[in-house]
Ligand binder design. Structure first.
Ligand SMILES: CC(C)(COP(=O)(O)OP(=O)(O)OC[C@H]1O[C@@H](n2cnc3c(N)ncnc32)[C@H](O)[C@@H]1OP(=O)(O)O)[C@@H](O)C(=O)NCCC(=O)NCCS
Length: 129
């Protein structure tokens, strides 16, 4: 289901590749992955990466991925996933949580504003491949 959710997010990948990515993430101290379920079925996930910072004494948390299954949106699952990641970042003493998001994701922008994020900058990307 994580692979299917990643496809909805716009990053199609094989189940095998996703299993390996999840294993890497959960074995990393700097990363955390949480899932949302309905009756035992995974219907969303979110991840956070804790980075040491030169700008602050405390680390910063980057919300690195978030998606809720199309059939289960607008039911509060996305907000719950973000709240859980915020709680974990606070426990790791992070002073802020941030994210980058593509311009085209207008729905996500509305969601992020609703759950307390402020728009403060732009994202620049350069492929290294
Ligand atoms: C963004 C996303 C994770 C939100 O998940 P969700 O479970 O639907 O969000 P919630 O139900 O917790 O929404 C909380 C509030 O955010 C706002 N919100 C959520 N989706 C919205 C939308 N499409 N348009 C406007 N506001 C929205 C609403 O105020 C909502 O509360 P309400 O339903 O009581 O009005 C989900 O839409 C998604 O997976 N989108 C595709 C993937 C994506 O863009 N991910 C982010 C990548 S940066």
């Amino acid at each position: 289901m994580i692979a299917a959710l990643l496809t909805q997010l716009g990053y199609p990948a094989s189940a095998e590749a996703v299993v390996q990515r999840v294993e890497r993430l959960v074995s990393s101290d700097a990363d955390c992955l949480v899932v949302g379920d309905v009756d035992g079925d995974v219907v969303g996930f979110a991840s956070v990466h804790i980075s040491l910072s030169i700008e602050y004494d405390e680390p910063a948390a980057k919300l690195s991925a978030l998606v809720v299954d199309e059939q289960h949106r607008r039911g509060g699952i996305g907000a719950m996933l973000v709240a859980e990641l915020e709680a974990r970042a606070r426990r790791r003493d992070c002073n802020l949580i941030f994210l980058t998001t593509a311009e085209r994701r207008r729905d996500a922008h509305a969601f992020y504003r609703r759950v307390g994020f402020e728009e403060t900058g732009r994202r620049f990307v350069k492929s290294l491949r």
